[in-house]
Design a binder for this molecule. Structure first.
Ligand code: MRU
Length: 353
């Protein structure tokens, strides 16, 4: 059962239920996925999106696949399950949470060498449920830590959608907004529309209006002017992958906002669970950037808005260098500079109760 009206993914018996975010805010349709391939398709086509939500979907796809695999013995199960996990990990390349979640589910097989196939299927399913429940708990902790960086009556600017819809529920950057709003209803959120997929105008605006949090929508190119007029107190965004030195991949355009925030002395925070951190990458140079269909740029709601035959580039993410980031808000606290040391310590810290 969904916990809130904005929860994007849940189990209904042996079916994975996914809110089709491509249709929001005007149509609320739920996809019923009974095979891992249906979940993989939902990830690739962005029916479900947002790095933590994609990770949860990946874990559920693995659990669906584990349940339906035909394997007479554990060795066959393990071989087929390994192959499935590879396919799930490849569904979207930039977000760290997908491979993190699939690895966490696969670890069940490694950690239970004596278990038979039905037992492994049960344990894998339970792990996918734990990943979902934990994500929501961690987002609430991110919200509690992050509320401290929002001044009284704070005017927050956010980008893309790092809300309930992008996670198990509650959100990361919007989790901070929710927690801040609970103690101070005078805050205000500016959301950027986030071309080309419009996660800001379709999803963030929808979440904020649903929760009656004061908000205004702007075009992406209005952000600099607002900062110049001193109308923004703090920028808070989500993340798809954070390297060991704090360099952060997030929705294309985030880097532009970070440069602007720094030029105007506006604090720039990243909010993300530790599952977004990739300690194997020393810096952001190695983060794989997903390139999406150029049609998302040349077309708007299926209508061509550029000369026919026009070439377009459509990188879905960019990397913000750590020097432009004020702090990284995680479930175990706010990491500040120097990030390399802070990230290492955060990864060693016990999870919040
Ligand atoms: O392409 P998307 O919509 O999956 O991109 C989402 C983002 O960039 C989010 O900001 C990020 O995943 C953090 S979501 C908590």
């Amino acid at each position: 059962m969904p916990g809130s009206s904005l929860r994007p993914i849940w189990w209904d018996g042996d079916v994975v239920m996914i809110v089709d975010q491509r249709l929001l805010p005007h149509k609320h349709k739920v996809l019923r996925c009974t095979t891992p391939d249906e979940v993989i398709r939902a990830i690739k086509t962005m029916a479900i999106r947002g790095a933590p939500a994609v990770g949860i979907a990946g874990a559920m796809a693995a659990a669906l696949g584990a349940r339906t695999l035909t394997a007479a013995d554990v060795a066959t199960f393990r071989r087929k399950f390994t192959h499935l996990c590879h396919r799930i990990r490849a569904a979207r390349p930039t977000g760290n949470n997908l491979s993190w979640a699939v690895d966490a589910v696969f670890a069940v097989v490694i950690e239970n060498p004596g278990a038979d196939v039905p037992e492994l299927q049960r344990l894998i399913r339970r792990k996918s449920e734990e990943i979902l429940a934990e994500d929501v708990r961690f987002n609430e902790a991110i919200g509690r830590w992050g509320a401290e960086v929002v001044p009284k009556g704070g005017r927050i600017l956010t980008y893309c959608n790092a809300g309930a819809l992008a996670t198990g529920d509650y959100g990361t950057a919007l989790g901070v907004v929710r927690a801040a709003f609970a103690v101070d209803p005078s805050i205000h959120v500016t959301c950027c529309e986030t071309r080309p997929f419009l996660q800001g105008s379709r999803l963030t605006a929808y979440e904020l209006m649903t929760e009656k949090i004061p908000c205004t929508l702007i075009t992406d190119n209005a952000a600099g002017s607002l900062m110049q007029q001193r109308k923004i107190d703090v920028v808070i965004v989500g993340a798809d992958r954070i390297a060991a030195n704090g360099d952060t991949a997030n929705k294309i355009g985030t880097y532009m906002l970070a440069v602007l925030a720094n030029a105007h002395g506006v604090p720039f925070y990243v909010a993300a669970p530790r599952s977004t951190i990739d300690p194997t990458l020393p810096n952001g140079a190695g983060i794989p950037i997903e390139q999406r269909d150029p049609k998302e740029v040349t077309h708007f709601y299926g209508r061509l808005v550029a000369p026919r035959g026009m070439k377009a580039e459509n990188p879905a993410f960019d990397v913000t260098p750590h020097r432009l980031i004020t702090g990284i808000i995680t479930e175990v606290g706010i990491i500040r500079k120097p990030f390399t040391r802070g990230i290492r310590r955060a990864l060693e810290a016990p999870p919040p109760a």
